[in-house]
Write a protein that binds this ligand. Structure first.
Ligand SMILES: Cc1ncc(COP(=O)(O)O)c(C=O)c1O
Length: 440
């Protein structure tokens, strides 16, 4: 670590609330595309997309940047929740053109958690029901409504209850099946459980407003469920008049190969929440509601910055880029996703500390274990891999108990992707060797 970086971190620690970060040593300076630099000029390949924000590369597209710059000199804020403006409407129309027919009405906000808060309120108001259903390991945000749904780590909830009325049930985490079964012979025991227990013994299905689900769990460990799981949730929702809310904050905006991650499962949700990559670097959230659900009364939910013109200018260009380049982005996600999975599966064969490799499109996770047989989670080894990769010039982020996310920009150049995977393999090799030596 250079002196400059040490000093910058010490200065930060004096004034910035430490409730956010873990042990990262990256002090950002500048970047573009696949590459970022720290304040000492060190170069890093980005496999983190800065928490799933830069799906189209660091600093978004040139068009998005230029539109945002132009908008700053025109009008930054139009109080869109009180007055009218044309740009957010154009953006809404463009965004809706990427949705299934029958959507909808959009509420703009500034973050993922706000997009979920809006989804909670709309689902309660529109169904006139009070309860919500969500999953263990889920992450939907950290404000009170969304935190009531979030059930990923205890530190996120400790001392903060009581929460909204949420019933939590197991997600289809097949590598560590909560029912000790194996897919597909399990017969989707996790879906049956919802019907047999919570909905038979705890809360009537008629009182549940909505099921909130991440089509692929993000922060909770990059868990990809079988198609039947999401289909099963849709059936439960339909049988009981509940809504299905898809949290696309991390998995959406092309990360899984489709604009909406839900589309991979052949299922439509009733409400979608989006943020992160939708703004490509500027804060935006969007909650998109199916038309047939009706609308909440005027004044039932609003905010100040929703539809901010600078964020919307950038997001509008990003969505236009996605529409124009849909085929290429789908292909890139499929081809690069497959390539990453192949490389990681080879690594899994070679290194005992890799327990599972899983992914959908370019939303890929590596779960680390003490050894393949015991499957005991190895958070220390995982952290060491992130550190070693960082020292080699690769930026990555952990998630779940002992998983690392592999989420480079979808547009990453093959050369940078391969260089990144080589750095990652070096890091894993070193940590695996140290772990073998310890257990010998
Ligand atoms: C799936 C999901 N939902 C909601 C959120 C909350 O988003 P934000 O941090 O923008 O409030 C996140 C953040 O990581 C997320 O991954």
């Amino acid at each position: 670590m250079t002196d400059k970086i040490r000093k910058a971190i010490a200065r930060d620690r004096k004034v910035i609330m430490p409730s956010t970060r873990g042990g990262t040593r990256f002090v950002a300076s500048r970047g573009e595309g696949d590459i970022v630099y720290d304040i000492s000029g060190n170069r890093f390949i980005d496999f983190s997309t800065f928490i799933g924000v830069y799906n189209l590369g660091v600093n978004s597209t040139k068009q998005a940047r230029e539109a945002a710059k132009r908008q700053i000199d025109t009008l930054m804020h139009a109080a869109f929740t009180d007055y009218y403006a044309e740009l957010p409407v154009e953006f809404a129309e463009n965004l809706l053109s990427l949705f299934p027919r029958g959507f909808g009405k959009i509420f703009f906000s500034n973050s993922g958690t706000e997009s979920i808060e809006a989804a909670i309120k709309y689902s309660k108001i529109l169904t006139k029901r009070q309860y919500l259903l969500a999953f263990y390991n889920s992450f939907h945000g950290r404000t009170y409504g969304s935190l009531s749904l979030t059930s990923s780590k205890l530190t996120q909830r400790e001392h903060l209850g009581p929460f909204n009325s949420v019933v939590h049930v197991p997600y289809a985490y097949c590598y560590r099946c909560p029912f000790g079964k194996e897919y597909p012979s399990c017969g989707m025991a996790c879906v049956d459980f919802i019907k047999k227990y919570p909905l038979s013994k705890e809360v009537s299905g008629k009182e549940v407003a909505a099921i909130f689900v991440e089509p692929v769990q993000g922060e909770g460990g990059y868990v990809v469920p079988p198609k039947e799981f999401i289909k099963g949730l849709r059936e439960i929702a339909d049988d009981n008049g509940m809504l299905l809310v898809s949290d696309e904050v991390q998995a959406g905006a092309m990360r899984t190969g489709k604009f909406l991650a839900m589309d991979n499962f052949g299922v439509q949700a009733d409400i979608y929440s989006m943020a992160k990559s939708l703004g490509g670097g500027l804060p935006i959230g969007a909650t998109i509601v199916r038309n047939s659900l009706g609308v909440p009364p005027e004044g039932a939910h609003s905010n100040t910055y929703g539809g901010n013109l600078v964020a919307v200018a950038a997001a509008n260009e990003l969505v236009k880029y996605v529409k124009k380049n849909m085929k290429s982005l789908e292909d890139q996600t499929r081809v690069k996703g497959r390539h990453i999975m192949e490389r990681l599966n080879q690594m899994k064969e070679r290194y005992e500390i890799i327990g599972d490799v899983r992914g959908l499109g370019m939303m890929i996770g590596i779960e680390f274990v003490r050894d393949k047989k015991s499957k005991i989670p190895a958070p220390k080894e995982r952290d060491k891999v992130v550190e070693e990769a960082f020292d080699g010039g690769l930026l990555m982020l952990p998630c779940g108990n002992s998983t690392i996310r592999v989420i480079p920009p979808i547009t990453i150049a093959q050369k940078n992707l391969d260089e990144g995977l080589d750095i990652l393999e070096d890091a894993i090799r070193k940590v695996n060797a140290a772990s073998n030596a310890k257990s010998a």
